[in-house]
Design a protein around this ligand. Structure first.
Ligand code: BEZ
Length: 254
């Protein structure tokens, strides 16, 4: 996964919406007592904790050591481990793999889907939500144009995100033998915490890779420019929102 050194305190304090919106994804998972479930990209473990409340045996994995360390402190009774979504194995076949707000960081989706398929028992389900085609479109376009204007060649090559269409992702799942039983793309304008600092905080937390290699002065110039240009579209009454657009899929392993 692209981002391995998260500031988990800031993540939990300012970006709790990541798992708060994910709670409704649990309604598609419907975890049951005794099921074996993997939370793929569990972050600091909040949704893993919710799954455990159902009585399922749940394990959380994440590529970030800092996320896993915090998850273990938050939920000491749950099994968490550092692992890469593109290269993980499980000891026993699973009833379900659940993933919220992570697969948009995986630019090799086939590798992740392959691991999920191998981890599931026949009939096992894959329930996922992540950024879909057009996600954070205004933010990404603005970042790319400011970076081009300052003469950064090929800023698109720094783009760490994968936002597929429903058709593209469903096709990948079908190529791996899944039955896609539910797939939807929808807009979710998402209020950002932090009042007037909300967009700067979001860019620092989630879009840092676009800015890697820039001096602190240039970095701060870019962020200010992006913030200014987005203001008319995404700032209202002292608060910022992000133009999120999500994919949700449920796929069954044959
Ligand atoms: C998202 O959750 O949609 C997202 C997160 C980080 C960067 C871009 C999008």
């Amino acid at each position: 996964m692209a981002q391995n050194s998260w500031n988990t305190a800031l993540y939990e304090e300012q970006h709790a919406f990541v798992w708060q919106y994910g709670e409704s994804l649990l309604e598609l998972l419907v975890p049951k007592a005794g099921e074996r479930i993997l939370d793929l990209g569990c972050g600091t473990g909040q949704l893993t904790g919710k799954i455990a409340e159902s009585g399922a045996f749940v394990q959380g994995i994440d590529s970030s050591l800092s996320m896993i360390s915090t998850a273990k402190v938050n939920y000491p009774h749950i099994n968490f481990a550092v692992a890469d979504a593109r290269d993980f194995q499980v000891e026993q076949p699973l009833d379900a793999v659940f993933s919220n707000a992570v697969l948009h960081w995986i630019k090799q989706p086939d590798a992740a889907i392959d691991c999920v398929e191998k981890a599931l028992s026949p009939g096992g389900r894959f329930v996922a939500e992540f950024g879909g085609k057009g996600n954070v479109g205004a933010i990404a376009r603005t970042l790319l144009s400011v970076l081009s204007e300052i003469g950064l060649g090929e800023p698109q090559s720094l783009n760490p995100w994968y936002f597929p269409s429903v058709g593209e992702y469903a096709g990948l799942l079908e190529n791996h033998g899944f039955d896609v039983v539910y797939a939807v793309l929808f807009d979710r304008p998402t209020p950002l915490a932090g009042g007037s600092a909300g967009m700067v905080n979001w860019i620092e937390m989630f879009a840092g890779e676009f800015l890697s290699g820039l001096s602190p002065e240039v970095r701060s110039h870019v962020i200010k420019q992006v913030e200014e240009r987005l203001r008319s579209a995404l700032y209202r009454d002292g608060n910022w929102s992000a133009d999120y657009r999500r994919i949700r899929v449920v796929a069954v392993n044959k």
